[in-house]
Design a protein around this ligand. Sequence first.
Ligand code: ZN
Length: 63
Amino acid sequence: MPTSVPCPTCQTTVEWSDKSPFKPFCSERCKLIDLGEWANEEKAIPGEPAVIPDQQPGNDEAY
Ligand SMILES: [Zn+2]
């Protein structure tokens, strides 16, 4: 009995198996739509620079 999940984008029932290469999405299109929305939400953050956590405590001591 195959497991089915709803497509996060269009709610179409998707069979959770090798027959659905884009699972949990029903198609590549829905996958790209979901990823696009995610990217847009990231861009929506106003003026927030990407902070790289490269500050290691005690690094000055080791110089
Ligand atoms: Zn879909």
